[in-house]
Design a protein around this ligand. Sequence first.
Ligand SMILES: [Zn+2]
Ligand SMILES: [Zn+2]
Length: 311
Amino acid sequence: MNCTLCGDRAVILIREEQLSLCKQHLIQRILDYSRTVLEMIKPGGTSIRIAVATSGGKDSTVCLHILHSLLEEYTLDIIAIAVDEGIEGFRNIKLHRLKKFAQNLGVDLNVVSFKEFFGASLDEMVKLSLGKGFMYKPCTICGVLRRYLLNKTARELGVEYLATGHNMDDEAQSILMNILKNNIDKIARSAPITAIKHKKFIPRLKPLYYCTEKEVMTYALIQHFEIPVVDCPYLFFNERRILRRWLNKVEYLRPGTKKRLISLKNRISLNSQREPTKRVKLCTKCGEPSSEDICKTCQILEYLEINMDGG
Ligand SMILES: [Zn+2]
Ligand SMILES: [Zn+2]
């Protein structure tokens, strides 16, 4: 298989476009997709301070590497944040590699942990939740608390944007998930840049929004990133995993399905009469931005009977 564009040895076949690309042309494609997103924040000579939310997984590692490659072109000032949820035999292994990766790039990595901030690790929280009827599943606790800590840390580090490694597959899965939950507002809001207009909320930037997971994974392979192959022990409880598998099957049978889902989302956003940004209040308990009187993080901590200030 040879590159459709230059005839060199191809490293990827993009089935929905019947396009084979060599290493250089795949890199070019991913850089161009990321440029499209960066153009949306209109850098104008002054540097833009971005924190990359890193986990040690392939998506956020590629995101960090791509933004670093575009550092001078867009006068970016990049730092990385990693949340250590406290998942024994998983996050510690990923973080160990990530530290070396960030160090090699010369990017400052800030690690914040559940244990230090909330007073308990995710492993401990899952045990507590199990003992109380398991109303909150591991991925819910982890996702809510991680986003909370990322936003707060990014804000304290004075960044303008928080970049995440979300790719097109993630977006397509989210669209499907929100269709199943009848959550049209959430579908309409999903975009490469999401800004909930509130000074305490750091806008999200998704440089890999237009790249498929296959493209991101191939990029990680050809760049020889050493990503530890360990699965999260709580993966079993993740609902998204079922949709992911199903969507990949459908994509295989009908190439371009994921891209059509993104187009569908764009049409929903255009036709949506609703206010695209949701109302933000401040949590009455902790003062962080929230859509309800008491934020989801405080609700979860209350259920688990964990006191954020002092354990
Ligand atoms: Zn080529
Ligand atoms: Zn709160």
